[in-house]
Design a protein around this ligand. Structure first.
Ligand code: SF4
Length: 96
């Protein structure tokens, strides 16, 4: 059996924001694209996801988490993966 005593303990406060997320009861398919999804179908799904995010009380915490962790998939905090990549590019350019 592995000795897990040296591993960092979970920090519940870092995840508490998820307890009140507006997407808790929404199908994850709304937020995450199937492999072959493209074009208008993708835009339509992302529009629905973003509408859920607009009503979410923790949208800022969610967006901050996704940008900071460079989450590569799904709509988080009302931001698509492409929108987050643009933010990362701006951040990289600023620190270069
Ligand atoms: S901002 Fe969107 S993805 Fe993030 S917790 Fe809220 S509803 Fe879910």
């Amino acid at each position: 059996m592995a000795d897990t005593r040296q591993l960092p303990q979970p920090v519940a406060e870092a995840w508490d924001w998820q307890l009140v997320a507006a997407c808790r009861d929404v199908d994850t398919k709304v937020f995450f694209a199937p492999d072959a999804e493209r074009g208008l179908r993708r835009l339509a799904r992302e529009r629905v996801a973003k509408a859920v995010c607009r009503s979410c009380p923790v949208v800022d915490a969610c967006a901050t988490y996704a940008v900071r962790t460079r989450e590569p998939f799904g709509v988080w905090g009302g931001l698509t993966p492409e929108e987050r990549r643009r933010l990362w590019s701006i951040d990289q350019a600023r620190t270069a």
